[in-house]
Design a protein around this ligand. Sequence first.
Ligand SMILES: [Zn+2]
Length: 252
Amino acid sequence: MPSKIIINHSENYRERSGKIRYIIIHCSKFTPEKQIEILDEYKLSTHYIISQTGKIIENCPPERVAYHSGESHWQQSEEKSLNETSIGIELEAPNLGQIKEDFTRKQYIALTRILEKLCDKYHIRPENILGHSDIAPARKIDPGCGFYWHKLYRKGYGVWPNLKQRHPSKNETELLRIIGYDTDNLIAARYAFCRHFLPEEVIINNDLQELLDNPYPKDFTIQNQEKYQLYLRATAKAYEMARQQKYWYMEE
Ligand SMILES: [Zn+2]
């Protein structure tokens, strides 16, 4: 548990009626102070913000719904947005998370501490820790291909493929759907998958505004098709297995 969390509560929230099931990781190029200003301006909010130095700010208590994920889906969810069932964590990342150096060691330490606290308190399943781009592939780019998901996985959060265990399906859309992606826009889902699991396929864009305006290249094609197929099948298998995992402290 971090020694101190700075409280700066937003007025943009509503009471939560559903169970918290997800944690959504975001990033922003702005400092926490500036982020709060912008969130306020757009009547949005998030639960936590972690600065480059590892400082944690609570913008909304987890018991309340914050407005951080917008229109979003996962695993054919019926709701229009995952806000009701999720906690949002925003990381300060000057290049919008496109490069590894965008996230500091102190940030990862602060993030794992907060994940530990939240997963323990709300019984959140490890496979339900996702990126904003995973749940809104056509609209969002964060936390970006520089975010080190494997590092989190080693601490027990998220899912990572074991390449030796593969799903029998070879159908791209089906595999992406098994993982949880909304495949209405297949290219966007494919790109979001790469951002999370195969960052070497992602094209770095130094024009950050252009990147925000065009979250994925409309004509995106995979360079290493064989490796993509392998990662896709192994990731689908890993999610399937993760969902079957039983935890003594969880009723579901
Ligand atoms: Zn976001």
